[in-house]
Design a protein around this ligand. Structure first.
Ligand SMILES: Cc1ncc(COP(=O)(O)O)c(C=O)c1O
Length: 457
């Protein structure tokens, strides 16, 4: 696909066949339109499948979830014949839900490329169009000029850190937030503030923590700025980067206002500390393509990382941050289908009124948050608190916010047909990555399952 979503190098007959195939697939999946319990004839087969998967993984799946490969919008069919309302979407990969015709069609074009995977040495044109698209989107309101593809968010983050460290060589230290999440490589597990994710690993002690915004603390903004200044004073000339998620993601879906970021970013600029916004999860979800645009802090950004929605990872940066040859490379830059599908998704979001204060992302946010708040004030009093988030990323704290409470509730959601997930530590929260194509009726269905589950537990 090129930037306009037009197929590259395909004759009319192939184009027509792909159109027919996409249409047939859409029709086939159109029967999947509501939650459904498992087919009784498939239950023992499914249980056996779960057992075997558990054996081969060395541990069971979190949910008894194996997709059948079919779905429709926010609905996904599982191998046991059940249909679930998917409000987590592969933790943010399927922003257009399941079997979206634009995504299927783009993937089919990708599948007909001469190569399954593209690389940095011998890319096809999708590689170029994808990078160009990401840079074009990021340019709005920032000084981003270049980009580099990776195969996941963690690798995009590794590239970001290497770029920043090379610029600030020999500085080692990384400033990050308490409860941050950055991925699971050796280094990103260190940037991630969750000891449970690095049990038994050596400590490198290269990360300095800042308190995240606390709306209940009137001096939160000054407190964090003070902590930043203390770190910089103590580690002068040894700070390689200031890294942050524009909304605390895995750490609890806690947003922070622009006024929180500005003094921190101003101070980093004054100290010549590179600023890296990790948008692996927020990208396309907050009402603008980038959360730095939603928060209007783009002028400060030196590096930004994305993945999930894009179907591949990418590190985007300003000219001043462009690294020296040799620092970044790698065999893979993404599968041809993923590159094409990612581009189709970004074009679809651009062209269908999703962004902006009046856009669909904002509508979905307001509708779902007010639905949760209504439950909190009526049938689910004391069972729901702190419904908050940004755009399509929404979470609430159920009951006492204890891990066991949340896990039990998530399993009840699942058995009733809603897929969500947890985030945060104290409290543990229930989060949703809502697909952008959801209807209000489907949001109501999710709210109904949430209500029934909370009242049952
Ligand atoms: C903010 C953030 N950074 C990095 C990552 C890691 O991305 P991946 O799982 O694609 O490696 C995630 C994943 O959830 C994330 O939310």
């Amino acid at each position: 696909m090129n930037n306009k979503g037009e197929p590259l190098n395909f004759d009319l007959q192939t184009q027509s066949l792909i159109k027919q195939l996409t249409g047939a697939n859409t029709l086939l999946n159109s029967t999947i339109s509501d939650v459904k319990q498992a087919d009784p004839h498939r239950i023992s087969y499914y249980e056996e499948l779960m057992k075997k998967i558990g054996q081969v993984r060395g541990r069971p799946l979190y949910y008894p979830y194996i997709g059948s490969g079919r779905g429709n919008g926010p609905f996904v069919e599982l191998e046991d014949g059940s249909v679930k309302l998917d409000f987590i979407n592969g933790i943010g990969i399927h922003i257009l839900g399941h079997s979206h015709p634009e995504v299927i069609q783009a993937s089919l074009y990708g599948a007909l490329q001469d190569v399954t995977n593209q690389g940095n040495l011998q890319p096809n044109k999708e590689y170029f169009y994808m990078l160009q698209k990401l840079v074009e989107l990021a340019k709005k309101g920032s000084k981003i000029e270049h980009g580099w593809l990776a195969t996941c968010g963690t690798m995009a983050n590794e590239t970001a850190l290497k770029i920043a460290r090379q610029k600030k060589t020999p500085a080692r230290m990384i400033i990050s937030f308490k409860n941050a999440f950055a991925g699971r490589s050796t280094m990103m597990a260190e940037v991630t503030d969750n000891p449970a994710y690095r049990v038994g690993l050596p400590e490198y002690n290269e990360v300095l923590r800042l308190p995240w915004y606390d709306k209940k603390n009137p001096t939160s903004i000054e407190d964090t700025l003070r902590a930043l200044k203390l770190h910089v004073e103590k580690h002068s000339n040894n700070i390689s980067v200031f890294s942050f998620e524009p909304m605390l993601g895995e750490g609890g879906y806690m947003p922070a206002p622009r006024e929180f970021f500005i003094p921190l970013l101003e101070f980093c600029k004054s100290q010549n500390i590179p600023i890296w916004s990790d948008e692996v999860q927020t990208f396309t979800r907050t009402g603008q393509p980038f959360a730095f645009q939603t928060l209007e802090i783009g002028e400060y950004i030196d590096i930004v990382t994305v993945a999930k929605t894009a179907q591949i990872g990418a590190t985007l940066y300003t000219s001043a941050m462009n690294p020296q040859p040799g620092l970044i490379a790698g065999t893979f830059s993404g599968s041809s289908s993923a590159l094409n599908a990612g581009l189709a998704i970004l074009n679809f979001l651009d062209n269908n009124h999703f962004y902006g204060p009046e856009g669909r992302v904002s509508e979905i946010h307001n509708y779902f948050i007010s639905g949760l708040n209504k439950l909190a004030q009526t049938s689910c009093k004391n069972l729901i608190s702190d419904a908050t988030g940004m755009g399509l990323m929404i979470a609430f704290t159920p009951k006492d916010g204890k891990k066991e409470t949340v896990e039990a509730l998530l399993k009840t959601f699942f058995s009733k047909g809603l897929i969500a997930f947890s985030c945060g530590k104290e409290p543990v929260r229930i989060r949703f990555l809502i697909p952008a194509i959801v209807t209000n009726q489907q949001l109501d269905l999710a709210l109904k399952i949430i209500e029934e589950s909370l009242l049952k537990e």
